[in-house]
Design a protein around this ligand. Structure first.
Ligand SMILES: [Zn+2]
Length: 315
C-alpha cells in the first residue's frame, strides 16, 4: 500500500483558479530590483568534459498560456517527460528517469484527481527503461540523479531496480518526512535502493548561490534552484560544445526563462511548493542563459537539441 498523499484544500483550488484568470490578463512582472541585485560568480573551472544525451520521448501539445503565464503566442507549445544520460569519464548517470511502465497505476493514481487530469501524458509516452534500451550505444547508467522528487522525474526508477539514486539532502528530507507524503508517486520509486545524499555546500556558481561539484573536476556542478520543490537543483554540465544547464522544473519552457514569466497558476500553484522562491530562481536562470544553454526538462524542443543524431533525423 503506498503512503497517503496530501490533497490540495478547496481554498488552494479556488486560489489557483482565480490566479489563472488574473495571471492570463496581467502576468506577474519581473522584479527589476532583485534582478539587479543578483551577482555573477562565473563559470566553474572545468578540467574535463561530459556528453549529455536526451532520450527519445513523445511530445504533447499544450496551450502556451497554461504553461507560460499571460503568453498566448504561439498558441501552443510542446512538452514531454524527457530523461537525459550524462557520460563522464568516471561514470554514466541518468537524469530525471521520469516515466515508468504502467504509470497510470503505479504513479499517476497517487495524484489528486484534478492534477491527474491536467498532467496526464499521451498514451504513447515512452517509459524511461524503453528509451534507454533504444540507445544501445550508451553505457548502462551507474546511478540516477533526479533534479527533484516529483513523480515525473523519478517514477522511471521503478523499472530500474537497485540503481543508486543521488538526492539533495533537503529534497530527501522533504519527500520522506511524515506519514503523509507531500506529493504522490515518489516514495515508492525511492524505496529499497541505495541512496546517496549530497548537500549544496560549495561556493556560488554563475548566478546561483550554492553548488556541489559532483566529480570534483568542475565538469558537473549541481546548483541551487529551490522553489519548485525545497531541494530542486540544476545540473551544469561542461560539454565539448559548451555549457549546458539542465534546469528541471524551475521552468517548464524556455519562454519562461527568456521573458521571466512564471507558470500559469493552474497547474503551477499545485506544482511549485514556493511560488515566490520559484520566481526568484527564474530570475537567476534568466541571467545565466547568457553563459549556458538552459534546458528545462519538459521543454520538448529544447531537449531535442541534445538528442542523438539518429533520433534527430527521424521525422
Ligand atoms: Zn516537478
Amino acid at each position: 500500500m503506498p503512503d497517503a498523499v496530501r490533497t490540495p484544500s478547496l481554498l488552494e483550488c479556488c486560489a489557483a483558479a482565480i490566479g489563472a484568470v488574473s495571471g492570463a490578463v496581467q502576468p506577474r512582472r519581473p522584479d527589476e530590483r532583485f534582478l539587479r541585485a543578483i551577482s555573477d560568480a562565473g563559470l566553474p573551472n572545468a578540467r574535463r568534459t561530459v556528453t549529455v544525451t536526451s532520450l527519445a520521448q513523445t511530445p504533447r501539445s499544450v496551450p502556451t498560456a497554461a504553461v507560460v503565464e499571460g503568453r498566448f503566442s504561439p498558441l501552443r507549445i510542446t512538452n514531454s517527460l524527457t530523461s537525459f544520460v550524462i557520460q563522464h569519464p568516471d561514470a554514466t548517470f541518468i537524469v530525471d528517469p521520469g516515466y515508468c511502465v504502467d504509470a497510470d497505476h503505479r504513479a499517476l493514481a497517487q495524484l489528486p484527481r484534478l492534477l491527474r487530469m491536467a498532467v496526464r501524458p499521451p498514451s504513447d509516452t515512452i517509459p524511461t527503461i524503453a528509451a534507454l534500451l533504444a540507445e544501445p550505444d550508451l553505457p548502462a547508467p551507474d546511478f540516477a540523479l533526479p533534479t527533484h522528487a516529483h513523480w515525473d522525474h523519478v517514477c522511471g526508477l521503478l523499472d530500474l531496480p537497485g540503481i543508486p539514486v543521488h538526492l539533495h539532502s533537503t529534497e530527501h528530507n522533504w519527500i520522506s518526512r511524515g506519514t503523509v507524503a507531500p506529493v504522490g508517486g515518489v516514495r515508492d520509486s525511492l524505496k529499497d535502493r541505495p541512496l546517496v545524499e549530497y548537500d549544496l555546500d560549495g561556493p556560488p556558481v554563475l548566478t546561483f548561490t550554492r553548488s556541489h561539484d559532483l566529480f570534483s573536476d568542475g565538469s558537473i556542478v549541481l546548483v541551487d534552484l529551490a522553489g519548485h520543490t525545497p531541494g530542486s537543483i540544476g545540473i551544469l554540465a561542461h560539454t565539448r560544445r559548451g555549457w549546458i544547464l539542465l534546469a528541471g522544473d524551475a521552468a517548464w519552457h524556455s519562454l519562461q526563462i527568456d521573458e521571466i514569466r512564471q507558470k500559469a497558476s493552474f497547474p503551477g500553484n499545485f506544482a511549485d511548493v514556493d511560488r515566490d522562491l520559484t520566481f526568484k530562481s527564474l530570475h537567476r536562470l534568466h541571467l545565466a542563459r547568457h553563459f549556458a544553454t538552459i534546458i528545462p526538462t519538459h521543454d520538448h524542443d529544447a531537449t531535442r537539441r541534445l538528442a542523438t543524431r539518429a533520433e534527430q533525423d527521424e521525422p
